[in-house]
Design a protein around this ligand. Structure first.
Ligand SMILES: *Cc1c(COP(=O)(O)O)cnc(C)c1O
Length: 382
C-alpha cells in the first residue's frame, strides 16, 4: 500500500470539471487582473471566516508583509513571532525592515506562549504575530490581553487555519488583521500561489487595496509606494469553487485525526493536543517520538510519506544567524524540532491507509527504530 504525505490529485480529480469551467469563463472574458472573480472570492472568503473584508494578494508571505506595512510597522520596530513556525512569519517582519523578536511556544499546542510574549516586550514592540500552527487557534485570549495592555497590534498568521475555530469564532476575530496562504497544500489551496488579508478595519483594508496594486486606486494616481501583489484572477476563480468544499474537507481531516487517535492512543506516542473550545482543522497531524528522522525513513521504506514541521527553528536557520540566538535559546521549540514528525494528512485519506500508517508506526516502535517521548518537554535524539 502507498500513503503519500498529501494527495492533491484526489481533490482536483473530483472538481476538475467545475474548476475548468470557472477558469475557462475568466479566459473567455479576458479579464485577467482583479475584476469580478477576485471581488467575489474576497466576499465569499471573508464571509466564510466571519470577517467583514478580505483583500486577495499573491501569497501568504505577501499577506503578512502587506498587513505589517498597512499598519506602518517598519524600521526600528520590533514584532514578536514564535520561534516554532514556517520561516515566512519572520521573513515578513524582516521585509518591512522591522526586527523579528522570537519567543518560545507552549509545549502542548506548540503555539506562541503568552508568558514568553510578556517577557519579550520592550519600548519598541509594535505588534505580535500569533501563528495558528498546524490548524489550531493560538492562545488568543491571553495574547490579546497582553497586546491590549501594551498597545500592540495583533496580526494573526492563519496560513494553516482556514476554518479553524475557538469559541465558535474563526481566524480574523482576534487580530487587527488575519493573514492566509492559498499555497496548494494548505487546507484551502489554489492551483499555484495566492494569499489574503482579512480585516474588520476599513482603514487597513483601504491601505491594503492600494499597497497590493502599485499604491493606486485609480489609474495614473499613485498615492503610496505599493507593490504588485494581487491575487491572480484565475486562482480566485478556482479558489471560489474549492471554498464550497472546505468545510467538508476539514471534517474529513478531523475524522482522519480521530482514527489516528484511536489507533495510536495506546502506543504512548505523543499525539496532537487540542485546547479547550477549539475546532482543530489538522492542516498537519504532528506526533512526537524520540527519533523522528529514523521513523520517517522507516515509513518511507514502506511506502508512507512523512514530514517535519519544522526541523529547524527560525533562530537556528542560517538566514537568521544575525539574531545571535544559538541553541538553548528556546528550549520548548528546540525539543519540539528534535521530536516531531508529521504523518500523512489530507481529506481524501482512506481508513485502510490510516490503519496501515498506524500499523507501521507500531512496528517501528516494536523493532526499536524509535522510542516514545514521555513528556512534552522531552528532548529527542537530535
Ligand atoms: C504557508 C505559510 C506561510 C506562507 O505562505 P505562502 O503562501 O507560502 O507565502 C506563512 N505562515 C505559515 C505559518 C505558513 O504555514
Amino acid at each position: 500500500m502507498k500513503v503519500p504525505f498529501v494527495d492533491l490529485g484526489a481533490q482536483h480529480r473530483a472538481l476538475r470539471k467545475e474548476i475548468l469551467e470557472a477558469v475557462t469563463a475568466v479566459i473567455d472574458r479576458t479579464a485577467f487582473i482583479l475584476g469580478e472573480e477576485v471581488d467575489a472570492f474576497e466576499e465569499d472568503f471573508a464571509s466564510y471566516q466571519g470577517v467583514d473584508h478580505a483583500v486577495g494578494v499573491a501569497s501568504g508571505l505577501d499577506a503578512l508583509t502587506l498587513a505589517l506595512r498597512a499598519m506602518d510597522v517598519g524600521v526600528g520596530d520590533e514584532v514578536v513571532v514564535p520561534a516554532n513556525t514556517f520561516v515566512a512569519t519572520a521573513l515578513a517582519v524582516s521585509q518591512v525592515g522591522a526586527t523579528p523578536v522570537l519567543v518560545d511556544v507552549d509545549p502542548l499546542s506548540f503555539n506562541l506562549d503568552p508568558g514568553a510574549l510578556e517577557e519579550a516586550l520592550t519600548g519598541r514592540t509594535r505588534a505580535v504575530i500569533p501563528v495558528h500552527l498546524y490548524g489550531q487557534i493560538a492562545d488568543v485570549d491571553a495574547i490579546g490581553e497582553i497586546a491590549q495592555n501594551a498597545g500592540l497590534m495583533v496580526i494573526e498568521d492563519a496560513a494553516q487555519a482556514h476554518g479553524a475555530e475557538y469559541m465558535g469564532k474563526r481566524a480574523g476575530a482576534w487580530g487587527r488583521a488575519a493573514c492566509f496562504s492559498f499555497y496548494p497544500a494548505k487546507n484551502l489551496g489554489a492551483l499555484g500561489d495566492g494569499g489574503a488579508v482579512l480585516s474588520n478595519d476599513e482603514e487597513i483594508v483601504k491601505r491594503l487595496r492600494l499597497l497590493r496594486n502599485y499604491g493606486s486606486e485609480r489609474k495614473y494616481e499613485h498615492v503610496a509606494k505599493g507593490v504588485n501583489s494581487r491575487l491572480d484572477t484565475l486562482q480566485a476563480a478556482a479558489l471560489r469553487v474549492k471554498l464550497r468544499h472546505l468545510d467538508k474537507w476539514n471534517e474529513q481531516r478531523r475524522w482522519a485525526a480521530k482514527i489516528y487517535g484511536d489507533l495510536l492512543g495506546d502506543t504512548g506516542v505523543l499525539l496532537p493536543s487540542v485546547g479547550p473550545e477549539r475546532r482543530h482543522v489538522y492542516h498537519l497531524f504532528v506526533v512526537r517520538v524520540s527519533d523522528p528522522v529514523a521513523l520517517q525513513a522507516y515509513l518511507a521504506s514502506r511506502g508512507i510519506g512523512a514530514g517535519f514541521h519544522y526541523p529547524r527553528p527560525i533562530h537556528l536557520l542560517d538566514a537568521y544567524s544575525d539574531l545571535g540566538r544559538g541553541r538553548g535559546s528556546f528550549p520548548v521549540t528546540e525539543a519540539a524540532a528534535d521530536t516531531i514528525v508529521s504523518l500523512p494528512m489530507y481529506p481524501e485519506i482512506k481508513e485502510a491507509q490510516l490503519a496501515y500508517v498506524c500499523e507501521q508506526v507500531k512496528s517501528a516502535l516494536a523493532s526499536g527504530v524509535t522510542t516514545i517521548v514521555d513528556t512534552p518537554s522531552a528532548v529527542g535524539a537530535g
